[in-house]
Ligand binder design. Structure first.
Ligand SMILES: [Ca+2]
Length: 460
């Protein structure tokens, strides 16, 4: 449903940004990291923020149940039909494929009838609580882009907590509480996502919306990602720029939608009445037919491709970045501190590409290819020498390379690579200027400066 909305919303973006993308996806206009463009100076790379497509993340997870032997059928047991405590001749038997309900049936292709589902043992040890933790692990930070949807085959639980981890399961935070009676179960006032606002969007709530007892027909529980996006992007998510702006500037908001693991804590099965029917405990159990989690690899806006290899998700980093999440600059590209890309300005964003370390100049074969030996520079005719390259991003601090001959620097910067604050050169920088110190000049740069007899941009 949401996808079709996005199809129309983003059709324009895709036309403008790329004809290569076969069809638009949610946020799909950040679908390339760089393109070659033709300018007066010739062919140059144009860098932009980029991210992988939003996709079905259940294909890449590992599932773990706790207690590990909580799945029904070992030994075989019978359970009551949904909503009918007098028909208790259904059988779960782990050793018979047609009667087994293993955890992977929560993630198989759904659409066949009857549904396939995981099922727990029944509540035969009542009054000892029947509790199950279902942990979904990606071993990779991912960003959620759509509602988490859990479809129960049993009644929806009377008490449940959805939790998330951002550190591969070491620590957990609640995402949302679910109960038939929030006050009784969790000492929380019941709320719905619709009660939240832009200012309270990160509040963790307890909802009674999805726990309406044993006999209800509805089987679905949501964790509402889209409703939360809508506080920024509007009810039909038309103003994505506003959401992007917030995600760019508010780390807490970005982190809210980021996880490495999810944990579904089933705390009390659907009972529906005040008292548990102790004569028919085989009517109480958990069964889940489907879990939907849509999202994308978090690559810090430095990659469009996330590969799944050896059961591991990894971003294919661009912009001279590296690491599973493109979270650092490559060796020899540490000319300025690493920074994530930015969604802004819409629609291209800002790549915040890692630039070569000044100290690496002359050491890199790639660099040597376009950078002649200092000693061979024809100082009398500097036009013969390649001084900079937009692809390799020699010009720093937002400078652009003109004809491979000189860096055109923003007003505040000077130096061959725009590496120097203009005020510093003039000796007029205040101690509270708030600007970062320019990078240290390397011997290679000093030699070049001496050869050319100037520290200012070359004039031609
Ligand atoms: Ca299923």
């Amino acid at each position: 449903m949401y996808l079709s909305r996005f199809l129309s919303i983003h059709a324009l973006w895709v036309t403008v940004s790329s004809v290569m993308q076969p069809y638009p996806l949610v946020w799909g206009h950040y679908d390339v990291c760089k393109t070659q463009i033709y300018t007066e100076e010739g062919k140059v790379w144009d860098y932009m923020a980029c991210q992988p497509e939003s996709t079905d993340m259940t294909k890449y997870l590992k599932v773990k149940l706790d207690p590990p032997d909580i799945t029904c059928g070992d030994p075989p047991e019978s359970f009551c039909a949904m909503g009918n405590p007098y028909m208790c001749n259904n059988e779960c038997d782990a050793s018979t494929p047609e009667l087994a309900h293993p955890p992977e049936l929560m993630f198989d292709f759904e659409g066949r009838h009857p549904s396939t589902f995981w099922q727990s043992a029944t509540w035969k040890e009542y009054p000892k609580p029947l509790q199950v933790n279902i942990t979904l692990s990606w071993s990779k930070t991912i960003e959620l882009t759509d509602n988490i949807v859990i479809t129960f085959e049993s009644g929806r639980p009377d008490q449940m907590i959805l939790e998330k981890s951002l550190d591969y399961g070491r620590t957990w935070q609640p995402y949302q509480y679910y109960a038939t009676d929030c006050l009784d179960a969790f000492h929380m006032d019941p709320k719905s996502v619709k009660d939240l606002s832009q200012h309270t969007v990160l509040e963790i709530i307890c909802t009674e919306e999805y726990s309406t007892g044993y006999t209800t027909n509805s089987k679905i529980i949501h964790f509402e990602i889209k409703d939360r996006f809508a506080f920024f992007a509007g009810p039909r998510l038309r103003n994505m720029a506003s959401l992007y702006g917030q995600l760019d500037t508010t780390k807490k908001l970005r982190d809210f939608f980021t996880v490495t693991d999810l944990r579904i804590r089933l705390l009390r099965p659907a009972v529906g009445e005040i008292f548990v029917d102790e004569l028919h405990l085989a009517r109480y159990f958990y069964a889940i037919s489907d879990i939907k989690v849509r999202g994308r690899c978090k690559c810090n806006l430095h990659a469009t491709v996330c590969v799944y290899d050896n059961s591991k998700l990894t971003c294919e980093c661009e912009h001279n970045t590296t690491g599973p999440d493109c979270g650092k600059c490559k060796k020899n590209y540490q000319g300025r501190p690493w920074s994530p890309g930015s969604y802004l300005p819409i629609p291209k964003g800002t790549a915040n590409t890692c630039i070569p370390s000044i100290s690496s100049i002359g050491n890199s074969p790639k660099f040597n290819r376009i950078w002649p030996n200092i000693s061979s520079l024809e100082v009398s005719n500097p036009k013969q020498a390649n001084v900079c390259d937009n692809e390799l991003l020699h010009c720093q601090n937002g400078g652009t390379c003109h004809n491979n001959l000189r860096c055109l620097c923003p007003a505040a910067y000077t130096g061959i690579f725009c590496e120097k604050l203009r005020c510093e050169e003039a000796g007029s920088c205040g101690s509270d200027s708030g600007q970062a110190a320019p990078p240290q000049c390397s011997p290679a740069l000093l030699l070049l400066t001496a050869l050319l007899g100037t520290a200012s941009p070359l004039a031609f």
